[in-house]
Design a protein around this ligand. Structure first.
Ligand SMILES: [Ca+2]
Ligand SMILES: [Ca+2]
Ligand SMILES: [Ca+2]
Length: 420
């Protein structure tokens, strides 16, 4: 039975989460309208009595609480997803998700990082999506990949800097469910080969990498407190793996935890050591082999969601990578994009999970663009999404010139706290 204290603390987390979740819920509604017109205007699920059920779910927007600043040399597989230079942001301002280098051309990230995160937000903008697909799905020309940097802006002033690559294609898992966040997996293909170090994905048989209590590590440039500002320096924290039973406990995530495609890591008691990282970023195990021994570690999870941050009974939830056919997804993408065979992405000795079945694709590219002139209008009552890109644009317009640089910087810093 929960004590009064824990109820209070849990509810604070839920309430904090609700504010953020509302924003996400709104963006999901917008995406559903654009991507699958059949569900256009579908009301939120209110079966739990009044409040939409999804109110409890929040994206694990950039955030690492606790942990420590680390050097990219120790986490060479860490990538950042940043807004393309055309949006006028440097890579600190424009960073919106993390990722992991798994082949010379492919970056593993989370589906919710690409599903409705187009900074052009065509669904709110009459379908206007320059060079894009006309939907809120992230387009290749919206995003760049940054690797090899401990400090994100590192002299960046809106140009393609060192370790930065343009993007050729964006894919996500066909089985991704934007409501439950099951199979929260996506892949980004760069236009050229990167010069970072890949990490192998844990194979289905390599359970030692994500056994309960295994000291996995999460890393990213996330905020240092819930709703706080982002870190320009790469941070990492050790988060022990939590059993599926504990994760599915009604006091923890209950029925919102799907053990088939999710993995929990953190500290149930809460506190600054229960840390979470950038959405889409890596959960790597075991941390006992750190730093810098890529052959001895595996990618076991992708940062997916949480409630609040570092709160009691609300550890981080990660996309469970070992039991998804990542090799099948990578092979399909390589064939579709003509990148050539990047080799096995699964750790040596690891098993590849059975594919979906003959002829069943595990990946999905951006939805086809709507016919010209038929862009669906925004449904009534949806809240503006893509607040972050819009707010950054506003800051730049309002505080133009050298004299207002300080104000502009402050404004952008604040805008960065908004959801993508
Ligand atoms: Ca776009
Ligand atoms: Ca788009
Ligand atoms: Ca680009």
């Amino acid at each position: 039975m929960m004590s009064v204290t824990s109820w209070t603390r849990a509810w604070v987390a839920v309430l904090l989460g609700a504010v953020f979740a509302y924003l996400m819920l709104s963006s999901q509604a917008a995406a559903a309208t654009t991507v699958t017109p059949a569900t256009s205007g579908a009301p939120a699920d209110t079966s739990s009595g009044g409040a939409p059920r999804e109110l409890r779910r929040v994206p694990a927007s950039p955030r690492i609480v606790g942990g420590s600043t680390v050097d990219i040399a120790q986490y060479p597989w860490q990538a950042a997803l940043v807004l393309d230079e055309n949006f006028g942001t440097n890579d600190f301002e424009g960073q919106f998700c993390g990722g992991t280098f798994i082949t010379a051309r492919i970056i593993q990230t989370a589906a919710h990082c690409v599903f409705d995160s187009d900074p052009d937000q065509p669904s709110q903008n009459g379908g206007v999506d320059p060079g894009g697909d006309g939907t809120d799905f992230l387009d290749p020309n919206d995003v760049n990949i940054v690797g090899g940097r401990t400090t994100l802006d590192d002299g960046e002033t809106g140009t393609v800097g060192a370790g930065e690559l343009n993007v050729q294609a964006v894919y996500f898992a066909t089985s991704f469910d934007p409501t439950t966040l099951e199979n929260d997996l996506a892949w980004i293909v760069t236009t050229a080969v990167h010069s970072q170090t890949n990490i192998a994905v844990a194979g289905a048989g390599e359970t030692e990498f994500w056994d309960t209590n295994s000291p996995t590590q999460v890393s990213g440039w996330g905020t240092t407190s819930f709703g706080g500002s982002a870190s320009n320096q790469l941070k990492a924290a050790t988060v022990p793996v939590i059993s599926d039973t504990d994760m599915a406990d009604p006091l923890v995530y209950g029925g919102e935890f799907f053990p088939g495609s999710m993995l929990g890591a953190g500290v149930l008691a809460g506190g600054t050591d229960a840390c979470q990282g950038d959405s889409g970023g890596p959960l790597v195990g075991p941390s006992t082999d750190y730093p810098g021994t890529p052959s001895a570690v595996r990618l076991v999870g992708v940062v997916s969601f949480g409630i609040g941050c570092a709160g009691q009974n609300k550890p981080g939830v990660y996309a469970r990578i070992a039991e998804f056919d990542i090799q099948g997804a990578v092979d399909e993408i390589e064939a579709a994009e003509g990148t050539g065979d990047g080799g096995s992405v699964v750790g040596a000795g690891g098993l590849t999970p059975a594919p979906n079945g003959p002829g069943q694709s595990v990946i999905r590219p951006a939805p086809p663009p709507p016919s010209p002139g038929t862009a669906p209008p925004s449904p009534p009552g949806t809240v503006q999404t893509g607040e972050r890109a819009a707010a950054i644009k506003k800051c730049k317009k309002k505080f133009k010139g050298k004299a207002k640089a300080k104000k502009r910087k402050k404004c952008i810093k604040k805008a960065k706290r908004l959801p993508v």
